[in-house]
Design a protein. Structure first.
Length: 261
């Protein structure tokens, strides 16, 4: 049974969270400008765990907060949540911006992360490979419907969309304010954990689609090379939402990795 609640962060922002199921705790961290529904398609695969998710600042049932934030701020929000729930250690699965937040969680709070899964994300900083100018132009048009279509194309392959027409829960929180959307974009763009990846002590699995244009696949290799003994698994032909489109392959890989510890 799913339960809901809120936590007050260090600057007083109220952040909503969701707990689902029983078993060892597994934290699920969603992508930029998205809420916990990002995980709707795969949460049922993780029933062996008590899954914990949250709505990022400015999404879902969470407050906007008073100012700009960083991926490190969001990691601190997660720690405030873990403290409130009395969770000392758990497994962490972070994707896209959630993967950036998970990097800081593992760096700054190594005692809280048992095993770490980083999906479709980047280390940030000067070595990271950014999305192309073509992708940026497709996302910068004024028509919201055109932007959502562009995001859908970046998330899923045409063949998969033909048999899975949606709606999709990964295209951004439709109720996010323009101010919060810009804050999310800045937080992701300014992320830079490249020089501290070697400090991540948790066993780490890195997952990525080979045809990801949102976060080019070379970033997965940078992360895997930067974290001691990390394991890299690529999904051929997949785009940014590999975890949903390649669910029959990806979810078992995650479960096997988490069970190995």
């Amino acid at each position: 049974m799913r339960t809901h609640g809120t936590v007050r962060t260090a600057d007083g922002t109220e952040v909503a969270y969701q707990l689902d199921g029983t078993g060892p705790p597994l934290l699920l961290l969603a992508g930029q400008a998205n809420n916990h529904h990002w995980w709707d398609a795969v949460r049922a695969d993780l029933l062996a765990y008590q899954t914990l998710s949250l709505d990022w600042r400015g999404t879902g049932d969470s407050e906007d907060g008073p100012a700009d934030f960083t991926t490190r701020t969001l990691a601190a929000d997660v720690v405030a949540l873990l403290d409130q729930l009395g969770i000392e250690t758990l497994d962490v699965y972070g994707t896209s911006m959630g993967g950036r937040v998970a990097q800081w969680l593992a760096v700054d709070h190594p005692d809280r992360v048992r095993r770490l899964v980083l999906g479709c994300t980047t280390p940030g900083g000067p070595r990271a490979v950014e999305r192309s100018q073509d992708v940026r132009r497709r996302l910068a048009v004024a028509d919201p419907a055109a932007v959502r279509e562009a995001v859908a194309e970046l998330m899923y392959t045409p063949g998969w969309r033909a048999t899975h027409p949606g709606p999709y829960a990964t295209l951004g929180d439709p109720a996010i304010s323009p101010v919060s959307a810009r804050r999310h974009l800045r937080a992701s763009a300014r992320h830079d954990a490249n020089d501290v990846l070697a400090r991540i002590a948790a066993p780490t699995l890195v997952l990525h689609g080979t045809d990801d244009e949102f976060a080019p696949v070379v970033n997965a290799r940078l992360i895997a090379d930067g974290i001691p003994d990390a394991t890299l698994r690529l999904f051929e032909g997949a785009r940014h939402a590999y975890f949903e489109e390649c669910r029959p392959e990806a979810s078992p890989v995650v479960l096997e990795f988490l069970a190995a510890g």
